[in-house]
Design a protein around this ligand. Structure first.
Ligand code: SAM
Length: 226
């Protein structure tokens, strides 16, 4: 088996891909990282700036489903309708999913049921996990997918690191993602490499370097505005 469970510093699980020697989250804390990078600096940032009835999120790299579960939790006290689109080339086996401790760690009402629903929902379809949380999981590589221009309000760019999967961080994919972003939308990622920032700037995005989650110095948010 090439993928195994690890325990990160905040007690939450992550996975390690042994072939790439790459973890799915920061070893300093998977939940802490996701909350900081994607929820606080992505989702909450956007919701604070925009009065909205609907929010459309794109995630690159569904992986363990942690970001999806945290976003669903964030939707519970919101009136807005959440549309969560996520892409995964290599879905994690249920045998591993069933051992992940996110529902226990997050410990909100029905967390385990939501986590199971997120994982077991059909691929390539729009599924209502909650009345205001629609999940659209796409199985396949981002390289082979196309979404209409100006579709997403928030992008969680959560690919494996540039050192391990450089092609995910190169211009063809960044350009594709930037096109699908609406005006005033925000892309967030845990990576803060200079090349990434230069490339995002060259696509017309306003790039901010923010403090990273525990154990990581920096992260990036890139906002699209005319
Ligand atoms: C850093 S992990 C994602 C972590 C995930 N967001 C989570 O919360 O667990 C990167 C993910 O990207 C997926 N991936 C790798 N190559 C891909 C590709 N070409 N297109 C889409 N997903 C890809 C991997 O299988 C892995 O699940």
């Amino acid at each position: 088996m090439n993928i195994e469970i690890i325990v990160t510093s905040d007690g939450s699980h992550s996975l390690i891909n042994k072939e790439l020697n790459e973890t799915y989250h920061s070893t300093h804390g998977a939940i802490q990282e996701s909350l900081h990078v994607f929820i606080k600096n992505g989702l909450q940032f956007w919701l604070e700036q925009n009065q909205t009835k609907e929010i459309s999120i794109l995630e690159i790299g569904f992986g363990t489903g942690l970001n999806a579960l945290l976003t669903l939790r964030g939707s519970l006290n919101q009136e807005a309708r959440f549309h969560y689109t996520t892409i995964e080339a290599f879905p994690v086996a249920f045998e591993l999913v069933d051992q992940l401790n996110y529902a226990q760690q997050l410990n909100f009402e029905m967390a385990e049921k939501y986590f199971q629903d997120i994982h077991r929902s059909e691929w390539n379809a729009q599924i209502s996990i909650m009345p205001n949380f629609i999940l659209e999981k796409h199985q396949g590589k981002i390289q082979a997918m196309n979404f209409p221009d100006q579709t997403f309000d928030v992008v969680f760019f959560d690919a494996f690191s540039p050192d391990k999967q450089p092609e995910m961080w190169e211009m063809p994919i960044l350009e594709k993602i930037a096109k699908t972003m609406k005006n005033n939308s925000a892309l967030v990622t845990y990576c803060a490499k200079g090349q990434l920032k230069r490339d995002l700037k060259s696509l017309g995005l306003k790039v901010e370097t923010l403090a990273g989650p525990p154990g990581k110095r920096e992260m990036v948010r890139a906002v699209k505005s005319n």
